[in-house]
Ligand binder design. Structure first.
Ligand code: HEC
Length: 440
């Protein structure tokens, strides 16, 4: 029989209680392998286990945390992490019971310190965004204290409520539910794939749309989706009708437009749906399938102001070997605009982007500061529309130095080097000031 090295838990390196986990696996490997006389294999596992344990030396850590899982940590994980870290969710492991969560103490610490989890990526305190997902300082303090202070459980007889995956429309049943035309089959040996689907809406007249959402068929592998109106019109340089109806990521509530703005859905439009499928290590080597559904919510009013997209494109980026630089570019707007949202459309992963508006009188208004990460690009909505007079400049500074020094220092996975597009492109969603509501 072959040595069952795979019996070692994946990611042992980053679990806090390596000794415990390694020993458990060794025991089950012994059951399977001793009959085959694979004593050496078991010995190898024990040695590897011991090495891993000494390397981290945290197995017998004293309990110093005054916070316990049951009383303090669980409520936060349930509120902030359970959209993804539940059985069947998009994240690789559940954190909803003590037994599932405590081996991840070390990894939780690293991810939270690097501000990777929960995925949000915009810095607090620079611009005001809706639905910011960052943890409060108090929540952060509780989790870090617990994660580094021996991971105490709390009372053994305390029953916690079961937390299960919620996979449902966040805005209620849509007006139009459009399943993907066919099931997508992800082969056992694939880890990620991007697929493009076309869906006919079957509408007979033009309609105003206030929101578009996605309901994943298999939430564990649907990482992100872009849903857009297919059109043959060439993209214009200035503000043009917004074709992207949704940038979906897991855990995101659909954002209904209000205040009279809407997306225009032409009669008989076809929707393009680009889905990024990705398995985490817990589904490695498993064949999976998905058939997600797109939900369209029509605006109630017959008239609306059409939401437009204004592209912000950089000059050519420095070559990858000249990446330790920052670059600034700006674009002047030539009419009065209300700015509603911003999306990174084409940006390298793991760079920092700062966007601010410079008004004609020189006043600066912070808009957003973002650490870009592959997979988690979304549309960021401003808390209040930003009114910019004609002649204002939108100034973008891209810091191309890998910002992931923190995660390197704290042992979370090294961020891939910034590579990719040769120009940066962001898009602003705007409405011309004083635009009249019209029929679609
Ligand atoms: C929107 C979904 C989502 C939310 C919310 C979320 N996570 Fe995650 N988490 C993921 C995914 C997906 C991964 C796998 C890595 C990746 O793609 O970034 C992950 C990875 C992790 C990892 C590393 C696992 C590994 O394989 O090394 C830790 C630790 C973690 N999350 C902790 C948390 C904590 C703690 C919270 C809440 C405070 C949280 N996450 C909230 C989706 C989420």
């Amino acid at each position: 029989m072959k040595p069952r090295l795979t019996a070692l838990p994946r990611r042992t390196r980053r679990r806090t209680e390596c000794t415990v986990n390694t020993r458990q696996s060794v025991t089950s490997a012994q059951h399977r392998d001793f009959r085959g006389g694979a004593f050496l294999a078991v010995a190898a596992l024990v040695i590897i286990g011991a090495l891993l344990a000494t390397q981290h030396g945290e197995a017998h850590k004293a309990v110093t945390s005054k916070y316990t899982y049951n009383d303090d940590v669980f409520p936060i994980l349930r509120d902030r992490c359970s959209r993804c870290h539940v059985p069947g969710g998009v994240a690789p492991m559940s954190l909803m019971t003590y037994d599932e969560a405590f081996p991840w103490g070390e990894s939780i610490r690293a991810e939270l310190i690097a501000a990777h989890m929960p995925p949000w990526n915009a810095d607090g305190g620079f611009g005001e965004l809706k639905h910011a997902h960052a943890l409060s300082p108090n929540e952060l303090d509780i989790i870090l204290t617990w994660a580094t202070g021996g991971n105490p459980r709390g009372s053994l007889d305390q029953k916690l409520p079961a937390v299960t995956l919620v996979n449902d429309w966040t805005m209620g049943k849509p007006d139009l539910a459009l399943p993907l035309p066919s099931e997508y089959a992800m082969p056992a040996d694939a880890m990620e794939e991007t697929k493009e689907f076309t869906i006919a809406t079957g509408t007979t007249e033009a309609r105003w749309v206030r929101a578009v959402d996605l309901l994943p068929g298999t939430p564990a592998i649907v990482r992100s989706a872009v849903i857009y109106v297919k059109t043959t019109a060439a993209p214009a340089g200035g503000p043009a009708p917004e074709q992207v109806l949704a940038r979906w990521v897991p855990g995101l509530d659909a954002e209904p437009l209000d205040g009279g703005a809407a997306y225009r859905l032409p009669a008989g439009a076809e929707l393009g749906v680009r889905i990024h499928y990705k398995k985490t290590w817990s589904y490695e080597s498993k064949a999976m399938t998905d058939r997600s559904t797109v939900g369209v919510y029509f605006a109630q009013a017959g008239t609306a102001q059409e939401i437009l997209a204004l592209p912000l494109t950089s000059p050519a980026l420095p070559t990858p070997d000249a990446l330790n630089k920052s670059m600034t570019f700006s674009q002047t707007i030539d009419s009065d605009l209300q700015i509603l949202a911003l999306s990174p459309e084409q940006v390298p992963a793991n760079i920092t982007l700062q966007v601010q508006a410079v008004l004609p009188n020189g006043t600066r208004a912070p808009m957003i500061r973002l650490n870009t990460r592959a997979d988690w690009a979304r549309r960021y909505w401003f808390e209040r529309p930003l009114a910019l007079p004609r002649g204002s400049k939108i100034e973008v500074t891209a810091n191309l130095v890998d910002p992931d020094l923190m995660s390197t220092a704290f042992g979370s996975p090294a961020a891939p080097k910034a590579t990719g597009p040769s120009t940066l492109r962001l898009a602003l969603n705007v409405i011309p000031a004083g635009a009249k509501a019209v029929a679609p």
